[in-house]
Design a protein around this ligand. Structure first.
Ligand SMILES: Nc1nc2c(c(=O)[nH]1)N[C@H]1C(S)=C(S)[C@@H](COP(=O)(O)OP(=O)(O)OC[C@H]3O[C@@H](n4cnc5c(N)ncnc54)[C@H](O)[C@@H]3O)O[C@H]1N2
Ligand code: MOO
Length: 451
């Protein structure tokens, strides 16, 4: 823990006894991201997640609810792995010892690759090692090795063999092996349902034209899309005004329909005096685990809480803050439900093209969005010009980086690991398109660089 923050008004005691209640008397340490997550998740129990059976064709990216076992042996009998004749190795050996290389019709079986080998035979003499005669006999040119080209019953998969554990995210390979081993459906965990409530008098719904001082709600679609990426279901409620009773009413309405609630906006430190009512409404209805975290942009207003045992994530409204809070706190709560990783961003090493502002560092994280450029020495990274704005953050950034630990790492020429927002081929294709349309990589300028 580092620094301190005074939590907003709700006086309850004269002297702070550091109870779990938030009040004006209380000076609380600001937690790191890890500490905040621990405080939040420790109080949320998802032990009895419901399960459902789904067809394999609908099971991609679902999470297994129980181990799955093979229904039968594969192959179901000993099979030929080459074209040839099935023989008894000991009988062939006797024949070779006697100098007679001819096998009578009942001493072999013509076996193309994949065919079942009758039980009395144990080896395959390859087509090149024998010939089939017109009188129904076969002549061996070479003695086969014992079990040559025989795939034994159950050698690939034994009936009852464990194919996968519970808590695995199902990939195309999982689906294929389940189908191959006799399954047509699989037991999976129910997807968590996320309800998203956008709050703000100044917000307009998608499709409307904002008047001066208004903006169109775009955080909610970002939150919803991130939830879908993580394998959750998500729905966005209608816009809610900056009014404590309206926020409480929206929470009461959405809570029974969801497993995880996200409220966007109204979490500012000005609280009711500046039209921010979300924290007070949540405090009245439930328990606040954390209000403020050592993460920027946006962390000082982050709200982690629970109402009726369900997690409530309160994220700040400004989009550049909302995206970082969503990325840091929504996947972990969905993973807490699903029991497996569900949000992973590829990382690559990049060289900083400039000194970063002195933000973040130590235990605190500042997570700016970055532009990446491919140079002869690999990726070069610079902070997007309009860091406090939306366009660069949403569209023109290719990565982000956690500025934390030793600030010396974040000087021009320093090497850092950055988290990609797109795959490397997409980044390459985007820069190529920009080069073609501008003759050079786009840079742009803005006064609020590094905000
Ligand atoms: N006196 C102080 N004021 C503020 C502080 C502070 O420390 N002291 N912190 C500032 C910071 S930093 C942030 S971040 C915001 C967080 O406040 P809120 O979450 O209450 O944000 P709102 O007031 O609801 O909205 C602010 C602004 O954000 C845009 N917005 C809101 N919701 C959406 C949405 N769903 N989609 C798109 N854009 C959204 C909108 O332009 C709002 O006007 O507090 C600061 N103030
Ligand atoms: O949390 Mo605010 O958006 O950092 O600037």
């Amino acid at each position: 823990m580092q620094g301190s923050v005074v939590v907003p008004p709700k006086p309850c005691v004269d002297a702070c006894k550091d109870c779990s209640y938030q009040c004006t008397q209380k000076i609380v340490p600001v937690p790191t991201v890890g500490e905040a997550l621990d405080m939040w998740l420790d109080g949320i129990c998802f032990s009895n997640v419901e399960t459902e059976t789904v067809e394999l064709s609908d099971a991609l990216n679902r999470v297994s609810a129980a181990p799955v076992y093979a229904k039968f042996d594969i192959p179901a009998a000993n099979c030929a792995m080459h074209d040839g004749i099935a023989v008894c190795r000991a009988h062939c050996e006797d024949k070779f010892a006697s100098g007679n290389h001819t096998l009578l019709p009942d001493a072999f079986r013509h076996c193309p690759m994949g065919s079942v080998i009758p039980e009395q035979f144990d080896s395959i003499a390859h087509a090149e090692q024998c010939c089939l005669n017109d009188d129904g006999t076969a002549t061996l040119f070479q003695l086969p090795v014992l079990y040559q080209s025989v795939q034994l019953k159950g050698a690939s998969i034994a009936g009852g063999e464990k194919l996968m554990e519970a808590d695995e995210k199902l990939s195309p390979s999982h689906l294929a092996i389940l189908q191959y081993t006799g399954h047509t459906a699989v037991r999976v965990k129910r997807r968590p349902r996320i309800a998203v409530i956008p709050v703000g008098d100044d917000l307009k719904a998608p499709g409307e034209v904002p008047a001066p001082g208004q903006s169109i709600d775009c955080d909610s679609i970002y939150v919803r899309a991130t939830a879908l990426q993580c394998g959750a279901e998500a729905m966005v409620s209608r816009l809610v005004p900056d009014d404590g009773a309206a926020i409480a009413e929206a929470i009461r309405r959405e809570l029974p329909t969801c497993d995880i609630l996200v409220v966007i906006g109204g979490v500012g430190k000005g609280e009711h005096r500046y039209g921010d009512h979300t924290v007070a409404a949540v405090r009245e209805m439930g328990r606040i685990s954390c209000y403020g975290v050592l993460l920027g942009p946006g962390g000082k207003n982050l709200l982690l809480a629970s109402v009726e045992g369900k997690p409530v994530l309160g994220i700040p409204g400004p989009p550049h803050a909302a995206i970082i809070m969503t990325e840091y706190f929504l996947p972990p709560i969905i993973e807490h439900w699903l029991g497996c990783p569900c949000y992973e961003r590829q990382t690559v090493e990049a060289t900083l093209a400039e000194d970063f502002p002195t933000r973040g560092g130590g235990k605190s994280i500042w997570e700016p969005r970055l532009r990446l450029e491919m140079t002869g020495q690999g990726y070069s990274a610079r902070i997007v010009e309009r860091m406090g704005d939306t366009v660069d953050n949403f569209i023109n950034a290719a990565a982000s980086v956690a500025v934390t630990g030793d600030p010396a790492q974040f000087k021009a020429g320093g090497k850092v690991r950055v988290k990609l927002l797109y795959g490397e081929r997409t980044i390459a294709a985007k820069s190529l398109r920009q080069l073609k349309s501008h003759g050079t990589a786009e840079t742009g300028t803005s006064p609020n660089k590094g905000e």
